[in-house]
Write a protein that binds this ligand. Structure first.
Ligand SMILES: [Zn+2]
Length: 263
């Protein structure tokens, strides 16, 4: 269990406790102690130094506005940084650190979405590892956190599929073993927007509601749970799921869900 609290200004006090309590209510349990991303910052600094010694990093003083105005191409996440500062040899302390992605092509096989390939320089551009205000980039942090925790399989939403090649690139550069990746389709609200923790609060205090919620999720993931499970407590449903779960049944398509999560 790791709490991703790197973006300190956005961290809501008490949110971590609520999340862990809700997971326990759903019989989703974890091994070992809870770790916090904000306590790994010295490891991120070490990795940044290692990448710098490899000659892969450079300082960039471009503002968001300059990048928007100078980038010749738009990517999935906005304007693609064209490497303006790559050879400028900047040394200002309050500038960002970027990693050179020149000619880097990353291929991998996703457990759900199959073969993937991304030309980092053309599709993403040299990306920042540390912002000009000193905050480490999520892509770097998550790679180091997963390495430190010995994570060998990453399962998460399809909205992070596009970030995965950047993380694999960093795993390669730092000499880590690349974990296996699997991305899941997204649950959309009836208006087509992604359902996220920012928009809804899930009320899982009632036991019947918890069991229905777990069975709904298993159905969403294509696992065909038997209907009698709706009358069982969360730990029985999870025991069934651990035993029967089949990655090959997960659909690739995002789907709208009609159930109202807040009640
Ligand atoms: Zn720049």
């Amino acid at each position: 269990m790791r709490i991703d609290d790197l973006d300190t200004p956005r961290v809501v006090p008490g949110a971590a406790d609520t999340i862990m309590q809700q997971l326990e209510h759903l019989a989703l349990l974890w091994d070992g102690e809870v770790t916090f991303q904000s306590r790994n910052i010295h490891h991120y600094a070490d990795a940044l130094r290692q990448l710098h010694e490899q000659g892969r990093l450079y300082r960039c003083s471009c503002s968001r506005r300059i990048i928007s105005a100078s980038a010749p191409h738009m990517g999935e996440e906005g304007p693609i940084y064209p490497g303006t500062c790559r050879h400028r040899g900047l040394s200002e302390r309050n500038s960002a650190w970027r990693i050179n992605t020149s000619g880097v092509v990353i291929s991998f096989s996703d457990i759900v979405y199959g073969k993937q390939q991304q030309h980092l320089e053309h599709e993403v551009g040299d990306f920042p590892l540390r912002r000009n205000d000193g905050v480490f980039n999520y892509q770097l942090a998550v790679v180091i956190d997963d390495y430190l925790a010995g994570v060998n399989q990453v399962i998460r939403g399809r909205d992070l599929l596009f970030s995965t090649p950047r993380q694999i690139f960093l795993h390669h550069c730092l000499g880590y073993t690349v974990p296996q990746f699997g991305h899941l389709p997204l649950a959309l609200a009836t208006n087509g927007e992604k359902i996220s923790k920012r928009h809804h609060q899930v009320n899982i205090t009632a036991m019947t509601r918890r069991s229905d919620l777990l069975v709904d999720v298993l159905e969403f993931l294509g696992q065909n749970p038997p209907s009698f499970l709706r009358d069982e407590p969360p730990d029985v449903i999870m025991a069934w799921a651990v035993n029967a779960f089949d990655f090959s049944l997960i659909p690739q398509r995002d789907r709208q869900i009609t159930a109202t999560p807040s009640s």
